[in-house]
Design a protein around this ligand. Sequence first.
Ligand code: FAD
Length: 409
Amino acid sequence: MIACRLLLSAFCSENRGTGVPPVRCQAKATGETPVPPLRHRPIFMVSGCRWRHERLLSNFCLLPTAFCLLPTLEGGGNLTGMSELYDVLVVGAGPTGLACGIEAQRAGLKLLIVEKGCLANSLFHYPPNMTFFTTRELLEIGDLPFVSVNIKPTRAEALEYYRRVAAYYHLPIHYEERVTRVGQENGVFTVGAELRGGQRCQYHSHNVVLATGYYDLPNLMNVPGEDLLKVSHYYQEPHQFFGRRVAVVGGGNSAAIAALDLYRHEAEVTLVVRERELSRHIKYWIRPDLENRIKEGSIRAMFGSIVTEITNDRISVRNSDGETLGVQNDFVFALTGYHPDFDFLRGAGVRTDPITCRPECSTESRETNVPGLYLAGVIIAGMDTNEIFIENGRFHGKQIVDDIRRKRK
Ligand SMILES: Cc1cc2nc3c(=O)[nH]c(=O)nc-3n(C[C@H](O)[C@H](O)[C@H](O)COP(=O)(O)OP(=O)(O)OC[C@H]3O[C@@H](n4cnc5c(N)ncnc54)[C@H](O)[C@@H]3O)c2cc1C
């Protein structure tokens, strides 16, 4: 404890005079300290000041609490029965979940956000060099201006922006806790979460908002060989594929961008598209580039075709005439989209359409058929994930919180 105090006072004095407003400590009910050792902790430059992420301070301030809980955690037992009762518990700290949290906080509601990874976890896992399609002001939440070098921000700029938003609003977020269950007991929601080490904890809340996005679950091709190491549903960087034969499966934006990027880093690219043409959703500034590369033969495109099998050195592709062609291949990017976790939704009692998987959810309040259980962001769209983006999902929080406030009156 003495060592803790010394560390804490050393840390606080280091931050004195930086001009950064004091951060509020958030109780970490689980006692988990997912923050890396001090020497590995990130330092951000903001307007010339040197400061550390809010959570670092939070964890320092909470060390005594964490120590109290450690014996239970080390025993591997369940950490249940936490007595605190929230007004709103948001699952997911993506842009939508953060926007919901801000609205709840502004309304004076007792809030907790539970996130299975890091802040804006999906964006963190997007290709490192990506640029958003959307202009920066359409990605703004909480009325905070998004400043970026160009009109369309990069992933790195977006991550910095959402970090600053979360810090500015002192959003209470528990990281690395995966929500596994949402149930109800006596009119109060019970939310079960699993921590990184496998321990479990439980929260109670009057209302729950699911803002869990779709990025964890790729739409699988369900073909033999899809589980080979050379197959990925997430494109990252091109360098590794220089001089290699790469198949990109899909006809949307992600596939188009990956195919062009790989081609420009001298991979031999084959684009396999199920439809007879590229998706109408491909952005107008990307489409002509890809069409021209296909026309000139720099990228081989197989339209009206599906991959039927993947082996270590080739893929089998069936075209619309029913012919199967073998294509020599080193890597496959199956960029066939993603979908929300419908089983999780149904497990929470939300009814979904048998064909579109669209959840039953009011367009005005975003409340589901389960009273007090709300949906925000792309999860609302069922399989039609091209319908909701950050730019429109960011407004769901206001609708939800307005509804909660109305019911409390
Ligand atoms: C490559 C790419 C580029 C894109 N470009 C744009 C663009 O330019 N403009 C635009 O508006 N949209 C864009 N999108 C879409 C946009 O990123 C998503 O629509 C948006 O992230 C949805 O926000 P969200 O908060 O609903 O979900 P997410 O951002 O996916 O956030 C969901 C969060 O919930 C967490 N979570 C999931 N399950 C659990 C659980 N069980 N327990 C706890 N936490 C959980 C996740 O870790 C994640 O942090 C792009 C998408 C991709 C893939």
